[in-house]
Design a protein around this ligand. Structure first.
Ligand code: NAI
Ligand code: OAA
Length: 320
């Protein structure tokens, strides 16, 4: 059986980490694409030279030519710019929207059958625009953010409860911005919802509230520390989980920016919700019920995504 092919559009900090992880896990052969000459080639060569030590057989190639992504099974998009301290993700909309147009056209021409995972910020608006620019089916274009935000939430909760990260499940829903909704009712310690854990005296509501707040600001915390860019290890790990679930038809249930066609009362927009990822891409949306308070927070987050989509439509009126 031929190997899978994974195309990484953008070979910066996340792109390079994605290439390393994809190769180490032997998810397939990896093509690193970037407009910056030498960067994808250098990273491909460097990672390929670690293969004999680590013992994997994935092949890697760096390129500036979209023709090299031909036939890719998965495309993961990180092309664009990250924010710097003092900026919001939304400040990237103008510059990264132009990048999404070029990337969408490149994928449409050379890898129209791929499962496309967008990571570029501001995420929910960029994945929406990428789907429009590429014209690929909506179930084959998704955005990565919810797994990352949930993983941050899980890590903070594991520390608070002094339990294994593996015993913590969490759902962070809504847009990937300050309005995101870390759901305490749908997050658990070994299946026990957080409000029940508080009742059992394992933590306090104040501590959980502080963790929710830290989760919402999780990306900014790392930007503030790194100063020159944003997080890349956890974002790459999160996108690899999505790619793996697609390629191996694992059907993991994870929060992702998925195309909503009326679900949760949202139409023709991408927002973070729980979905099943399998060989058909975004196969099914898990339309969980919200309390009135949760619904209000979710709608508030959707409104923030809507503002960004409208900003995109103003910048590029071809986007309907
Ligand atoms: N969705 C999420 O949860 C997260 C999103 N991000 C976002 O991911 C994006 C990438 O982050 P990093 O890898 O850290 O940035 P980076 O700056 O290290 O890499 C971006 C790469 O894109 C390339 N690029 C720019 N324009 C391009 C084009 N037209 N075609 C191809 N390549 C192009 C650049 O040359 C650069 O190598 C940023 O927008 C960042 O905000 C970052 C972390 C988490
Ligand atoms: O905060 C940023 O700019 C990058 C990002 O989206 C994250 O790490 O969650």
């Amino acid at each position: 059986m031929a190997r899978n092919k994974i195309a990484l559009i953008g070979s910066g900090m996340i792109g390079g980490t994605l290439a390393h992880l994809a190769a180490q896990k032997e998810l397939g052969d990896v093509v690193l694409f970037d407009i910056a000459e030498g960067i994808p080639e250098g990273k491909a060569l460097d990672i390929a030279q670690s293969a004999p030590v680590d013992g994997y057989d994935s092949r890697l190639k760096g390129t500036q030519d979209y023709a090299d992504i031909a036939g890719a099974d998965v495309c993961i998009v990180t092309a664009g710019v990250p924010r710097k301290p003092g900026m919001s993700r939304d400040d990237l909309v103008e510059i990264n929207l132009k990048v999404m147009k070029a990337v969408g056209e490149g994928i449409a021409k050379h890898a129209p059958n791929a499962f496309v995972i967008c990571i570029t910020n501001p995420l929910d608006a960029m994945v929406w625009a990428l789907q429009k620019f590429s014209g690929l089916p909506t179930n084959k274009v998704v955005g990565m953010a919810g797994i990352l935000d949930s993983s941050r939430f899980r890590m903070f909760l594991a520390e608070e409860f002094n339990v294994s990260v593996e015993s913590v499940t969490a759902f962070v829903l809504g847009g990937h911005g300050d309005t995101m909704v870390p759901s305490t009712r749908y997050s658990t310690i070994a299946g026990v919802p957080l409000p029940d854990m508080v009742k059992l005296g394992w933590s306090t509501q104040e501590k959980i509230d502080a963790i929710v707040d830290r989760t919402r600001k999780g990306g900014g915390e790392i930007v503030g520390l790194l100063k020159t860019g944003s997080a890349y290890y956890a974002p790459a790990a999160s996108a690899i989980q999505m790619a793996e679930s697609y390629l191996r038809d694992k059907k993991v249930v994870v929060p992702c920016a998925a195309y909503l066609d009326g679900e949760f009362g949202v139409k023709d927009r991408y927002v973070g919700v729980p979905i099943v990822i399998g060989s058909e891409g975004a196969e099914r949306i898990l339309e969980i019920e919200f309390t009135d308070e949760e619904k209000q927070m979710f709608d508030n987050s959707v409104a923030a995504v809507e503002d960004l989509v409208e900003a995109c439509q103003k910048i590029d009126p071809s986007l309907k």
